[in-house]
Design a protein around this ligand. Structure first.
Ligand SMILES: Nc1ncnc2c1ncn2[C@@H]1O[C@H](COP(=O)(O)OP(=O)(O)OP(=O)(O)O)[C@@H](O)[C@H]1O
Ligand SMILES: N[C@@H](Cc1ccc(O)cc1)C(=O)O
Length: 505
């Protein structure tokens, strides 16, 4: 991801094409063993059916709960699984249950679209990746579609105001960022994972207005378009709606038609706010191709992931929970999940992890029993989701930082770990000569950690003042050269939560 900063967006786009636009005929026709794509420089198998295997050892280490591995998942109906885990809101037709039951002989082809309106996806968007992954684990084939074209229009769904127009450079950078994120996550969930990432700009860039009006516009009913929730709400607002955003549903609708006709994609999934756009696609397929009953396109929506205050996880003012490690470190990502309230944690274990439901049910029981160690369920949630999003290495990094940054921890701090929390912790800069030989009491005040020397002395007596996570007991303690972590910084903590980083300039 860091590489994105150094190259121009033009280079990015061409590298995007090289890395992510796979040979799609392989998706359609070739057997899994011969269909290959080049991904992250390595050869990735396309569409081999995989089984959901969750290491029982991992689960029992984390929870103390002994579990059996969920071997039957590959044979189960994906719709039943999604329903049981709270990941099913609506289906365009109940026939999807029967057509999804035979993944071995007739796997479904399922897509979910993501508009590149930011450089990374966030925790709310993860639901789309998770649902795709469930289809995949049950033997179906999946496509992640990046909306390089649709992001130029702006999806009005759930938005009170018109979306700001994005410049081409930003769009291209975002497209690459999101493709990277989706690829990394779907790759890391299982080494044999195979999937396709496409960009709808590829078919929209050549589409002429007259052809669009003939092939799409002619089949769209204005009455139906105006009745969509995303349009109705906006027409009632003072600002109204531009013609551009009004046409968004037809673009997403045509994407489904295009993928259906050209790549056999027969299911589109999305959050519940996508219902209007998804049905625009199933309607268009029905009107233009008039398929037989059960052979058209299907739509499936999942509920929005909500915080305990009822607002959705998104790009909100108090900061999104980004999936890209360049925008949010695995440590902070882990901490967000660790902080989920007890009232939500079981729901999130069902929705955001692949843990066997028996494990989740057992955890729910344990939470109500007197011997339950607080936050055990949160720890399991944070570990599972961080592993899925950031891989084993990201999880290791997150656990290491969590442990190291706990006051009183034995783990030796290094500057990288401290830098990992730098964004969330106030910091100040001081010259080496100013710091060395200064008393910890004085430093607590000059760094802004505490208001007065008397407060620092009081806290020290109560055992709450820490230098680099080691408790400071002696009032006479002065900063020595050896206290400066890797010659770069110091971490001062007042209790568990208040910290300050002192950078040596
Ligand atoms: N909290 C959420 N839970 C489930 N799905 C979500 C959530 N937030 C977004 N999505 C889904 O992610 C896709 C992208 O949505 P959208 O572009 O509106 O992103 P967003 O980041 O939520 O926007 P914003 O935060 O600006 O409102 C849609 O399919 C939407 O349903
Ligand atoms: N409309 C979806 C993205 C999307 C774009 C194109 C599609 O074909 C499907 C979905 C969103 O808001 O994120």
């Amino acid at each position: 991801m860091a590489a994105t900063a150094a190259v121009s967006p033009r280079t990015l786009l061409s590298s995007f094409h090289q890395r992510f636009i796979f040979t799609v005929p392989a998706f359609l026709n070739l057997p899994a063993s011969s269909a290959r794509c080049n991904c992250r420089g390595g050869k990735v198998r396309l569409f081999s059916a995989i089984r959901c295997v969750q290491s029982a050892e991992e689960i029992s280490t984390a929870t103390g709960i002994t579990t059996s591995v969920s071997e039957e998942i590959g044979r189960r109906n994906v719709i039943d699984i999604l329903e049981e885990r709270g990941l099913l809101e609506s289906l365009t037709s109940d026939n999807l249950r029967s057509v999804s039951s035979n993944s071995e002989s007739s796997p479904l082809r399922v897509y979910c679209g993501f508009d590149p309106t930011a450089e990374s996806l966030h925790l709310g968007n993860l639901l789309g990746i998770l649902v795709l992954s469930w289809f995949h684990r049950c033997g179906h084939r999946v496509v992640a579609l990046i909306g390089g074209a649709t992001a130029r229009i702006g999806d009005p769904s759930g938005k009170i105001l018109e979306r700001p127009e994005l410049d081409v450079e930003t769009l291209e950078r975002n497209t690459l960022g999101i493709a990277n994120t989706v690829t990394r996550i779907l790759n890391s969930s299982n080494s044999t994972t195979s999937f396709v990432v496409m960009n709808n700009y590829d078919w929209w860039k050549e589409f002429k207005l007259l052809d669009f009006l003939k092939q799409v516009g002619r089949y769209a009913r204005v009455g139906t378009m105006v009745a969509k929730e995303s349009v109705k709400k906006r027409l009632e607002s003072e600002q109204g709606m531009s013609y551009t955003e009004f046409t968004y549903q037809l673009l997403q609708g045509y994407d489904f038609l295009y993928l259906f006709q050209n790549h056999g994609v027969n299911v589109q999934i999305g959050g519940s706010d996508q219902w209007g756009n998804i049905t625009a696609g199933t309607d268009l397929i029905r009107r233009t191709l008039q398929p037989k009953e059960g052979e058209g396109g299907f739509g499936l929506t999942f509920p929005l992931l909500l915080k305990s205050d009822g607002t959705k996880f998104g790009k909100s003012e108090d900061g999104a929970i980004w999936l890209s490690p360049a925008m949010l470190s695995p440590y902070k990502f882990y901490q967000h999940l660790f902080s989920v309230p007890d009232s939500d944690v079981i729901k999130f274990l069902k929705m955001l992890t692949f843990l066997d439901m028996k494990v989740v049910d057992e955890m729910e029981l344990q939470m109500q029993s007197p011997g339950y160690l607080p936050n055990t369920a949160q720890k399991l949630l944070a570990e599972e989701v961080t592993r899925f999003v950031h891989g084993e290495e990201g999880l290791r990094e997150a656990i290491k930082a969590t442990e190291a940054l706990r006051p009183g921890a034995e783990t030796k701090l290094d500057w990288k770990t401290i830098e990992g929390i730098a964004e969330d912790v106030p910091s100040c800069s001081m010259a080496y000569n100013e710091v060395v030989n200064l008393s910890v009491v004085d430093l607590s005040v000059s760094s802004g950690l505490l208001e007065s020397k008397s407060a620092a002395r009081r806290l020290m007596k109560q055992g709450g003042l820490y230098l680099n996570n080691s408790r400071v007991d002696e009032e006479s303690k002065r900063i020595e050269n050896e206290d400066i972590v890797d010659g770069k910084l110091l971490l001062l903590s007042a209790g568990k939560k208040n910290k300050v980083i002192v950078r040596i300039s």
